[in-house]
Design a protein around this ligand. Sequence first.
Ligand code: UD1
Ligand code: UDP
Length: 369
Amino acid sequence: MDIYRLMMPCLVLGTRPEIIKMAPVIRELGAREIPFRLVHTGQHYSPDLDGVFFDDLGLPPPDINLGVGSGTHAEETAGIMVGVERALLKGGADITLVLGDTNSTLGGALAAAKLHVPLGHIEAGLRSHDRRMPEEINRVLTDHCSDFLFPPTPNAEHGLLAEGIDAEKMRTTGNTIVDAVEQSIAIARERSTILEELRLEPSSYLLATAHRHENVDDRTKLAVIMEGLGRVAARLDLPIVCPLHPRTKNRLGEFGLSVPQGVMVTEPLGYLDFLHLEAHARIVLTDSGGIQEEACILGVPCVTFRDNTERPETLEVGSNVLAGTDPERMVECARNMLKAAGGWTNPFGDGKAAGRIVDSLFDGSWLHK
Ligand code: UD1
Ligand code: UDP
């Protein structure tokens, strides 16, 4: 065993998409018998946003759960910083790895950077260029305090270079979501009974999710999105399945809004059920980042009800279209995407991103030169 294999990484994660996208890295470390520490911030804690993904993806339990829970942005980020700092001081780490753009990403990044623990950012360089999104602030700050950046695509890499980040700090790897989909799709096909449970035939329904703060925390905007989904279901004459994020469920209740006819709401789904449902949907309507990527990988057309995206590759290959939140535009985009031929090239990589990330960190040529 060479000296670099003795390096101990600390992986920080805290939300549903981080668990899914970090899973291939965790598996890769496990397969190579490289010891690591897994710190869960506790930002997501409900079993259907957290535990189900550890079960579905066969992941080891976290070494520590900081139990930070929900709060304002400052409360969540500060709690995560305090917890990660303590964990790093107590347990030690030679490198901290964070992924994506959540408060857990930023809190973990700031804590590590200030302790001078080398910091690696997986899924670096994504930009919506919309600072109203809390995620955009998290992405920019995390990238700029990272020592090692893993942009998933050439587009993300070029953006980082344009911001003045040194090319020497970067390795373009592909996105670990491709690895995650490839590792889970056959298992989902074999194990998931979600279509039977919801009494759906493949290709006979649409799938929708909504949870972006800027979409669902505003009563008018949420009402308009629901109206849009209702019109899409009616005009296309196809039911829409909508697994509801708790943020959205809570807002619908607080605002006294109801779900339109034709939209079938469920609890948030586990990864295997969601992936199976997504793979067999005619189209997906969403404001999620990861689902824009996943639909593209699965060959399912996507309508994004936002005005911008940090995943422009999906627009370039034609798998996705930006509809904004105007109900008629949502209907028009859904109608058009229903006719989309598919067959686009997946721009997010070859399913070996996690291997490249671990190679870069452990082959000694980069970190220890
Ligand atoms: C967070 C991320 C977002 C990511 C999303 C993935 C930030 C700023 N936002 O948004 O980028 O796309 O996760 O799903 O980090 N709640 C529960 N149970 C939970 C967690 C949350 O019921 O386990 C409810 C609480 O009412 C909470 C609300 O959801 O206030 C929002 O949770 P929070 O983690 O702050 O943001 P998300 O909307 O989940
Ligand atoms: N997802 C899931 N169950 C659901 C909704 C989403 O497993 O009910 C998965 C989905 O497959 C994708 C990820 O969650 O991989 C996307 O997470 P989310 O939309 O919460 O966050 P974002 O990607 O926008 O940060």
